[in-house]
Ligand binder design. Sequence first.
Ligand code: SF4
Ligand code: SF4
Length: 229
Amino acid sequence: MIVADRKKIPEIRDMIRSHKRVLLVGCGTCVTVCLAGGEREVGILGSALRMSLKLAGCTVAVDEYTIERQCEDAFIDALAPRVKEYDAIVSLGCGAGVQTLAERFPTTPVYPGLNTQFIGILESQGVWTEKCLGCGHCRLGEFAGVCPITRCAKRLLNGPCGGSREGKCEIHADTECAWQRIYDRAKALGILAKFDAIAQPHDWSTGIDGGPRKVIREDQCIAGMGPKA
Ligand code: SF4
Ligand code: SF4
């Protein structure tokens, strides 16, 4: 899932203080699961913002609404009739959700209420960790299902750096060494011999550095409508 956390109240307050009526919009998917932008968090943010605005002497009305998903136009239909009553939106969706709302409502300012962090998982209560950079060319099959591109601080593809201690990374002592994980899993799977071969350098041409990427599934495109330019 996409993991995000909420911006600090003063930052959100200062983005909206010049407006009169602001709608906080939550999203019912990833950001609900990571406890950053669901209905509950929208309610908490609403109360905190109203108090903060009052203390700062600002008269901004703040209301709350949560939709099932912000990153798909069809789900935004439920929100659309309300938006004309407001002069700004604070989105508690991920960066994709914020931008989808901004495209759908071109004359309404849309501000981010969250900092989108990464693709990851809930590791333990209250702790989320990054698992995938979305590199566009998944090589988990080569590395016993553990991603060294994301989880090794040095992105090493051919074994550990030698700095690992007791299974932890030398860069972050509270983080597992990715190569220790790869080794342990490969041993358990009986595939250690696979690692005698040199892993090829990663092809970064499928990554983000060339600008925004697209996935086009011709079999899913509707004839005549094509993908958006
Ligand atoms: S190899 Fe690429 S796509 Fe696969 S988990 Fe790692 S970063 Fe994600
Ligand atoms: S200690 Fe392990 S995870 Fe950390 S940089 Fe070295 S090989 Fe990578």
